[in-house]
Design a protein around this ligand. Structure first.
Ligand SMILES: Cc1ncc(COP(=O)(O)O)c(C=O)c1O
Length: 384
């Protein structure tokens, strides 16, 4: 299948939000209700996402963004300066900033050069008696091997935090990713599988930890809405029980997120189709390596389709595709190469290899079959 050249100003995007009439109708309802802040829509979204995960609503809290959520989690860990928190060098920068915010020393670890996920061996290599927490990324919505990581954390008394930002539908042996450790965060920013424009959720296995985050997210005020009670004789009075700031998703975003959650199975089915189409069409290109097949214990969210080829070739392929109107990228640039989180390159052979050879192809539900065929053709015309 071939497609005519794209118009000069047109680019096939790496990500694309999939919003339409149903989201507009939900937004219209909120606008008509004239209650835009944290209200019924937000509470319903929290309850519905909890049901989707198979956890209790008392363990789920809506929040401004996943980064914001990871900062709350970092505070909840109650770490001290002599403690250490481990996270993969291939992590979203906001996760690393949250880890640093915990007050503990941030220790970066390596990852598998093929899956870009962390393995127990990577964690073990950097573990010390001061290791208190791990902040784990499930790369591209494909789960890490939780059969080995969960028991490893338990054996060493290390708190497991899952960055599930890109894994809203990912399961490991049937259990929702994000519910396997003590804490997790999901993102609904504009580049995510289900989006609310901006928005996030956190999970805390311990409802008391969730309650304490909720207090901090509502300026330390007791009312669940973050505002004074509307009942009683003097409804303007309130109590402040601790320190806090203000983090809300708001009913406009939550109403969109609720529709997107209902559409999640449809999104995942289409993403899986595109993943298969890429795998079939790109299988016999000898200079290109396809992503590892998804482990039979994992149900993926199909967030990335990350191909690999020799280092210099990868950069030329990206430029070749961009010249043909196909935008690609590499996520996540290793933190050990940045000034703030710098660490010796020799400690990250897997992350270095992945960072030099991996390219994420467009993968979103607004790609039709002709787009996918165009991208495949564009790759085939590359002279490796
Ligand atoms: C793996 C990962 N974690 C966390 C985040 C942060 O999400 P948010 O934009 O909601 O703060 C992102 C966003 O790109 C991400 O990709």
């Amino acid at each position: 299948m071939t497609r005519p050249p794209l118009p000069p100003d047109h680019e096939i995007r790496l990500f694309h939000p999939d919003l339409g009439e149903r989201e507009l109708a939900a937004l219209a309802g909120v606008i008509e209700s004239a209650w835009l802040g944290k209200g019924e829509q937000t509470r319903n979204f929290e309850d519905e996402f909890a049901a989707h995960l198979g956890v209790s609503p008392s363990q789920i809290l809506s929040i401004h963004s996943a980064t914001d959520g990871l900062f709350y989690i970092a505070e909840a860990l109650q770490l001290e300066a002599r403690d250490e928190i481990i996270l993969p060098s291939i992590s979203f920068v906001g996760a690393a900033q949250a880890a640093a915010h915990s007050g503990a020393r941030v220790v970066l670890c390596d990852a598998c050069p093929r899956s870009l996920n962390v393995r127990v061996a990577d964690l073990d290599r950097v573990r010390t008696p001061r290791s208190k927490a791990v902040m784990l990324l499930h790369f591209g919505g494909v789960s890490c091997d939780m059969d080995s990581i969960v028991p490893w954390c338990q054996a060493h008394g290390i708190t497991l935090v899952e960055d599930a930002a890109c894994a809203p539908a990912t399961r490991w042996r049937g259990r929702a990713i994000g519910s396997l450790g003590s804490y997790a965060a999901w993102s609904f920013d504009s580049m995510k599988i289900m989006t609310a424009g901006e928005g996030g959720l956190v999970y805390a296995a311990d409802p008391e930890a969730r309650a304490s985050m909720a207090l901090r997210a509502s300026m330390g005020m007791t009312s669940s809405s973050g505002y004074a009670s509307t009942t009683g004789d003097r409804w303007w009075e309130f109590d402040v029980q601790g320190s806090g700031r203000r983090s809300v998703i708001g009913d406009m975003a939550a109403s969109v997120a609720r529709v997107q959650l209902r559409r999640l199975p449809e999104f995942i089915a289409r993403r899986r189709q595109i993943d298969s189409a890429y795998r079939n069409a790109l299988a016999n290109i000898d200079w290109l390596t396809l992503p590892l097949p998804v482990d039979s214990r994992c149900e993926s969210s199909y967030y990335f389709f990350a191909v690999q080829c020799a280092a210099g070739q990868r950069d030329r392929l990206a430029q070749h595709l961009r010249g043909l109107g196909v935008y690609t990228s590499f996520r996540y640039y290793p933190l050990h190469r940045t000034q703030y989180f710098r660490a010796p390159a020799a400690d990250f052979p897997g992350a270095n290899l992945a960072a030099d050879t991996t390219l994420c192809l467009p993968l979103h539900t607004r790609l039709d079959d002709v787009d996918v065929a165009y991208i495949v053709d564009a790759i085939r015309t590359f002279r490796a």
